[in-house]
Structure formats: C-alpha cells, structure tokens
Design a protein around this ligand. Structure first.
Ligand code: PHE
Length: 496
C-alpha cells in the first residue's frame, strides 16, 4: 500500500472534506428544531459554550492524535496499547453502520429531487411519504415486502459513492469536496435568501429566536447543546482522526479546527433562518401557528417542505429541486466520510489497496442496505439510528478521551501543535477540558441517554437495539482476531 494514495493534495482539500463531513442532515433537519425547542435565542449560550468547551478542544485532540500517528484509527489504538486493538475497530465499524442507513435517507431524497419537478407527492405529502413511498409497516413481515423504487434510488447513491471513493484520496474525495462543498453553501444562500423574502418570514423568525431565558437553568438544554455539537461536528467518530492522518506535514491543525467549527455553525444557523422563514410563510397561508407546523427529521424534509411547496405556486418548481439537491449534497459529502475510518484501518491491517478495500466495503454495504428498502426498513432505521447516536458514538467519545488524553497523554503534543499554530496556542486549560470536563460531562449525557432509550423503548426497539449492538460487537471482534497480512501492522514506532 503506498501512502500517497491516502494523502490530501492540499490543506484546502482537508478543510473542505472535513466541512463536508460535518455539514449534513444534522445541520438542516436537526439543528433548527433543537434551537427552537431549547429556548430559542437563549440556546446560543449553551451552544457557544458547547462549541468552545467541547467541539473545538475535542476536535484538536482527535486531529492531533491522527496527525501524530499518520495511520488508521485501529492501527493507532493498537500502537498505543496492543491489547486494545478491539477498541480501535469499534468506532470505525460503528461509523460504517451509519453509512449503511444514511444511504437509505440519501435514496429517499434522490427520489424527492425528481418528484419536486412536478410536485409528484400529490396533495397529501404525509400520505405519500409514509404510505405510498415507504409503505411503512410496523410488523416484521414488512421485511419481506421489497420496494424496488427505493432500492434503485439507493443503488444510484452507492454507485456515486463508489465512483468517488475508490479513487486515490485527492483524485476522488479531495477534488469532489472542493467542488461540492462550496456549491452546497452557494445553493443554501440562494434558498435562504429567497425564503427570507416570503411574506410571513418574520413571523417564523420571531418565533424561532424569541428567547426563553428561564430555560438556561434547565439541565436538558445544556445536554441538547452538547448532543447537537457531537453529532453536528462528527466528533468522536474516528472521522476527524482519519482525515487528519491524511494531512501533510505542514498542517496548522488548531487553525483548521476553528475554521471547520465556524463553517459548520454558520451553515446550521443559516439553515435555521431558511426553515423558520418557510414555516412563517406557511403559518401565514394556512392560519396554523408555527408551533404546530414545526418538526424535525424526515417529517420536516419529506412532509413539511413538500406541503409548503404545494402552496408556493410556480416558485416551488425552482425552490423544490434546489432544496432537495442541497439535502442530497449535504448527505453525500457526509456519507463519503463514514467509510474512510474502516477502509483505512482495513488497508493498514490487511495490506489491501484503497481501491480494492472501497470496492469490497461498498458492495457489502449496498447489499446489507437493501433491508432498508423494505416496508419495515424505516422502523429499523429509526432503531439503529438511536442506538448508534445515543449509545455507541457517545461511548466512542468517552473512549477517545481516555485513550488519547490519558493513556497516550495529550500533554505530549501540545508543543508540537502550538509550533504549527498561527492563531490560538494550547495551554493547561486544554488539558483540563479534554482530561476532566469532557469525559465527565459526556458520561453524564451518555448515561442519561441510555436510561432514556431503555425507559421509552418498545419491545421491537429493544430487540433491534440488542441486535445492532451484537452485530457491532461481533464484527469488531472479527476484524480484531483476523490475522494481519501487512508486516507494518506490528510496527510500534511513534512520530512525535
Ligand atoms: N455531522 C453530520 C451532520 O451534521 C452527521 C454525520 C454523522 C456525518 C456521521 C458523518 C458521520 O449531519
């Protein structure tokens, strides 16, 4: 395996690819709702604290270690302590599981790009989405009910992913990020600019930002802010680690981190303006209060937006395709990042080329993902998503804090990171955050989230959570015990 196949051509490719990973569905369909339902304008206080106290310091840690090892996540964890190889495979496998269900959402959105040219969702977008398209069933028998349209749309996505990912890093992901990420921002500016001019936009915005200061004393809005930042910045997922390991020697990681966090926040706050202007417009047209229209997730993108396009007249034929294209681009640039940690770890351990590893993983992912193209697929997606985001990934963040900050000793590379930094310099404050504040706080959020899942789970959700956990743990074990094919795998030398 030659190293240069996994190297960014420039710092710009690294930053844009990382922004592409961070800016995703979470920014478009999750953040506006989180902001609205957690105190509106008052939410900015916990949000900014979460970025400064967690987002940026933690990204610096993840980048710093990735840059230091210049190897895959699994290999680095094994180098830190050879008994822990298992932990090194855990996160890359968990993130690959995200990829598999993200491909379904991408597929649905692909279908909506086409529908939006002729408002193909009909007069009742809710019925169209749940009954006509997904044919949602809450019985396991739904697994036998295959939906070819979704399958085809998902396969188109997998082919696009393969086309980009099997190439050398800069030739594929690097170049694509340089085009798609700026394009994503430009289209978003157009959409939001238009939305702001709609009658009623100010009603939505007033509703969104109306600050509820009394909520600041409420622990839940702080948890919501930290949860949003973990998800939105793709923290603790071994993605930032892997992307940093692909950088060249002269990268200024601290400044890069700040730019990425800023771009991510800019995008999501922009998205919130767009979403709430549209909701304000809808409220004015229909007489329904904004509070009753607002929702998040698939309900926002595939039901509320089509409903708005139905009343928007001719403009909808422009705004609709642009909107679903934005969602597609945001999803695509994120999904491309979810394969990198596992792919690079496999290349390192088994000595396979980047191209071959990607091809195998993508075929495997595409085949498994077909379970989401069934009538029960939507339900499984919800269960797996909750398990991965509320349980597995938060566990990963705690794990990374312990392994990187404590065992590997974060103090080791402060000088090294500072020597490259043109902006902020790290000091004791950074150690305090990554060694104490973060692991303690995330543990609290993690335990709280776990209780929440257990308390509210239906029998089916419990069953699929246990199944997803078993698949994750067993697959991780398989990668750990398979014998290495690459002699480099046993090399324990460090760079700093
Ligand atoms: N950060 C992405 C978002 O905000 C989500 C994501 C999750 C990206 C997992 C990559 C991997 O939507």
């Amino acid at each position: 395996m030659s190293q240069d196949k996994n190297e960014w051509g420039s710092n710009l490719s690294f930053i844009l690819a990382m922004i592409g990973s961070a800016v995703g569905l979470g920014n478009i369909w999750r953040y506006p709702y989180v902001l609205y339902s957690n105190g509106g304008g008052a939410f900015y206080i916990p949000y900014i604290v979460a970025i400064l106290l967690m987002g940026i310091p933690f990204l610096i840690l993840e980048y710093g270690v990735g840059y230091n090892f210049k190897s895959s996540f699994a290999k680095a964890v094994k180098k830190i302590n050879s008994k822990w190889e298992y932990l090194g495979w855990f996160l890359p496998v968990a993130v690959f599981m995200i990829m598999i269900y993200y491909s379904a959402i991408l597929g649905w959105d692909g279908i909506y790009i086409i529908l939006s040219f002729f408002k193909g969702w009909g007069a009742d977008p809710n019925v169209y989405f749940t009954t006509t398209l997904l044919q949602s069933s809450d019985s396991y028998m739904g697994l036998l009910q295959f939906i070819p349209l979704i399958a085809v749309a998902m396969l188109v996505g997998w082919v696009i992913i393969w086309f980009i990912s099997h190439r050398d890093l800069e030739e594929g992901l690097g170049k694509v990020s340089k085009v798609l990420v700026p394009l994503l921002f430009v289209i978003m500016v157009i959409i939001v600019g238009f939305s702001l001019t709609l009658p009623g936009a100010s009603i939505g915005l007033a509703e969104l930002f109306n600050p509820d200061w009394s909520l600041l004393g409420n622990f839940e809005i702080w948890m919501a802010a930290f949860g949003q930042i973990v998800f939105s910045l793709s923290l603790g997922m071994s993605i930032a680690f892997t992307y940093a390991s692909y950088t060249k020697d002269d990268a200024d990681l601290i400044t890069n981190t700040i730019s990425i966090a800023l771009a991510n926040s800019l995008f999501e706050n922009f998205a919130a303006l767009g979403v709430f202007s549209i909701l304000g417009y809808m409220s004015l047209q229909s007489g329904t209060p904004v509070a009753e229209l607002v929702t998040q997730g698939t309900g926002l993108v595939f039901v509320v937006y089509p409903t708005v396009f139905n009343v928007l007249g001719q403009w909808a034929y422009v705004l609709g395709p642009l909107f679903f294209l934005t969602v597609y681009l945001a999803g695509l640039t994120s999904i491309l990042s979810t394969i990198e940690p596992l792919s690079f770890s496999i290349q390192n351990k088994f000595g396979l080329t980047r191209s071959k590893t990607m091809t195998i993983l993508i075929i495997f992912g595409a085949v498994i993902s077909m379970m989401y193209a069934t009538a029960y697929g939507g339900s499984i997606l919800g269960f797996v998503d909750t398990f991965i985001n509320q349980i597995a990934i938060l566990f990963g963040v705690i794990l990374e804090c312990i392994i990187f900050a404590w065992i590997f000793k974060a103090e080791k590379f402060i000088d090294f990171l500072n020597s490259k930094s043109r902006t902020i310099k790290l000091g004791k404050w950074w150690l305090l955050i990554v060694k104490y504040i973060l692991p303690i706080f995330i543990s609290i959020v993690w335990i709280g989230g776990m209780f929440d899942v257990i308390k509210n789970a239906s029998f089916d959700q419990m069953l699929f959570t246990i199944l997803a956990a078993a698949i994750l743990l067993i697959t991780t074990l398989v990668f750990t015990v398979l014998p290495a094919k690459n002699p480099e795998w046993e090399n324990t030398e460090e760079r700093v």
